[in-house]
Design a binder for this molecule. Structure first.
Ligand SMILES: CC(=O)SCCNC(=O)CCNC(=O)[C@H](O)C(C)(C)COP(=O)(O)OP(=O)(O)OC[C@H]1O[C@@H](n2cnc3c(N)ncnc32)[C@H](O)[C@@H]1OP(=O)(O)O
Ligand SMILES: CC(C)C(=O)C(=O)O
Ligand SMILES: [Mg+2]
Length: 553
């Protein structure tokens, strides 16, 4: 068996995706699990995860998720709550039928009917667990169950011992455990273990606890429940205060050896603890946590995307581990650091969670190092001056455009290459257009250091601009082609314009790109005109041609 990455320094070594070979844990052998460093990952995406509004999955979708969870290497799959409906029963049954290594589990209240239904659904499973629960907190006892302490203890003893008739692997949960009087909780846990529970789960059902308090509770249970060594302690945290993962890690630090979680953290209200965050925190900080899981981390991203697709719950962009920005860098200083050594800004490698590579996103915060690297990747080798010009234009574009895509850079740099050393430069442009206004344009073009300005009207803004250019730099070449297309999608996309001018039977093409279509059109026209003039300068007899003579003078 391989070991997991411990420190950031190791994390950045050529990371082995997966890092741990999956090895089944005997979840009924509490003594072995408690003595070891292996944390049991109990996935409840299909039960607690599905309980959140809007996340219902079809049978087929549940089977796909269960198959993915097996590949991920989770130790226990809570496949549903068999008594909830025939559909839930069927999905637990079918997941059980197809199960391989994982223990398959069904939830059941402290009721014989629930437990029998769970046992029936789990029949085909190679390894099965019945998870029975009852609330222990005073609030739930009084208002929800209408039971006193003695009745709750009796229900625990009865339900756990009944569940043991069907399997050796019985988990018992004290619902709302973190709001339960500690003394009563100790008693309840003692009864559950004495009745045969092999895993004791202490849920923070309403996401109320904080790490210090949860650590103290887990430690107190270990110190005050005489038979606690006969069971594996488990954490089950909800995220109402955004503390589900922190609380789960705190429980592990205090001696819990099972963590209950869901892919992407889906679940009741604000969700459950996110599997990917717990697993990667334990792996990345194994140096201080000192434990490991059996998860093949290289499948985490795929699992996350599958759960998002089947539930229709999008993954937050900045979600830890699986958000699309988790390995993306836009700031120039960070990009520069990443190019020099990825450990400067990444504590895990993207490969370790199944992402191909980190991405350097080009945006208004990017710097020259990343810009040049990106241009190289795109196949452009520009001289220093051209890079500076292109970088300036890129910053200007990034200020105006939300996302600068590779295609934007290609358009921008192609322009830069095409416009390099040009004799004409568009320096100013304004247009009036709309309904009920005369379309007019004013342009200023620099030619060999001299500015030429002119205004013109036209049939639309582009027509007016081209006419104004003809007045500013008089020439008689004819417009042969005018074509516009969007470089990328979205209303802030750059327009890429191609203009072809014809003189003496020869065409001269120019291109321009800008989020402003009118500016892109004017640039393209000026670019084509500059080429025409350059050709004329190379062939003096052409300068005499009436089609171009005025501009060439
Ligand atoms: C913290 C958790 O995640 S707990 C799991 C929550 N998940 C779900 O509830 C999803 C599936 N649930 C269901 O489909 C339904 O609630 C069922 C089928 C389980 C029960 O449906 P119903 O019989 O109509 O009961 P209903 O849901 O309205 O009320 C729950 C009953 O169970 C009782 N109950 C709740 N928890 C437990 C428990 N752990 N043990 C015994 N009884 C319990 C309640 O006190 C209430 O009893 P009452 O009818 O005597 O007042
Ligand atoms: C059923 C239990 C484990 C639960 O989901 C909770 O208390 O949150
Ligand atoms: Mg829960």
């Amino acid at each position: 068996m391989t070991t997991q990455t411990n420190s950031p320094a190791q994390a950045a070594s050529p990371d082995r995706p997966g890092a741990t070979a999956h090895q089944a844990v005997d979840t009924t052998n509490a003594a072995a699990v408690n003595a070891g460093d292996r944390v049991v990952i109990f996935d409840t995406t299909l039960r607690d995860g599905e309980q959140c509004p809007g996340a219902s999955m079809t049978l087929d979708e549940k089977l796909r998720v269960a198959e993915m969870l097996e590949r991920l290497g989770v130790d226990v799959i809570e496949a549903g709550f068999a008594i909830a409906s025939n559909g839930d029963f069927e999905s637990v049954y079918k997941v059980a039928e197809r199960s391989r290594e994982a223990v398959i589990c069904s939830l059941a209240r402290a009721k014989h009917a629930d437990i029998e239904r769970a046992a029936e659904a789990l029949k085909p499973a190679r390894r099965k667990r019945i998870h029975t629960f009852i609330s222990t907190s005073p609030l739930h006892r009084k208002f929800k169950l209408n039971m006193d302490e003695a009745q709750v203890l009796e229900a625990i003893a009865d339900s756990v011992s009944f569940a043991r008739r069907f399997t050796d692997d019985v988990e018992w949960s004290c619902e709302d455990g973190t709001r339960t009087e500690p003394e009563f909780l100790f008693k309840a846990i003692d009864v559950a273990i004495a009745s045969g529970a092999t895993t004791i789960n202490v849920p923070d059902t309403v996401g109320y606890t904080v790490p210090e308090e949860y650590i103290a509770l887990i430690r107190a249970i270990r110190n005050n429940v005489a038979n606690i060594d006969k069971a594996i302690l488990s954490a089950h945290c909800h995220n109402d205060l955004g503390l589900a993962v922190a609380n789960s890690l705190a429980a592990v630090a205090a001696g819990a050896r099972q963590v209950e979680c869901t892919v992407n953290g889906i679940g009741e209200r604000a969700g459950n603890a996110a599997l990917e965050e717990i697993v990667m925190a334990l792996r990345t900080r194994a140096d201080i946590m000192g434990v490991r899981t059996g998860i093949d981390t290289s499948t985490i991203t795929q699992a996350s995307q599958l759960v998002s697709a089947v539930t229709g719950f999008p993954i937050q962009y900045n979600k830890a581990i699986v958000g699309r920005n988790a390995f993306a860098h836009e700031s120039g200083i960070h990009q520069d650091g990443m190019l020099k050594n990825a450990q400067t800004y990444e504590i895990m490698t993207p490969e370790s969670v199944g992402v191909n590579k980190s991405s350097l996103v080009m945006g208004k915060h990017s710097g020259r190092h990343a810009f040049k690297t990106k241009l190289k990747e795109l196949g452009f080798e520009l001289g220093d001056n051209a890079v500076e010009d292109a970088f300036r234009r890129f910053k200007d574009l990034a200020d105006r455009k939300k996302t600068v895509f590779d295609d934007d850079l290609v358009a921008l740099v192609s322009d830069e290459v095409g416009h390099e050393g040009e004799s004409l430069k568009l320096v100013a442009l304004s247009v009036a257009c709309g309904i009920g206004v005369d379309h007019t344009a004013t342009v200023t073009i620099e030619q060999h250091g001299t500015s030429h300005s002119a205004s013109a009207g036209g049939n639309g803004p582009i027509d007016a601009v081209f006419d104004a250019i003809r007045k500013a730099i008089p020439h008689e070449a004819v417009l042969q082609l005018y074509q516009v297309h969007a470089v990328t999608e979205g209303t802030d996309a750059q327009a890429r314009v191609t203009v072809r001018l014809k003189a003496r039977g020869r065409s001269h093409g120019g291109t321009g790109s800008d989020p402003d279509t009118v500016v892109a059109s004017a640039s393209a026209y000026v670019n084509a005109l500059a080429k025409l003039l350059e050709k004329a300068a190379d062939a003096p007899e052409e300068a005499a041609d009436p089609a171009i003579r005025s501009a060439a003078i």
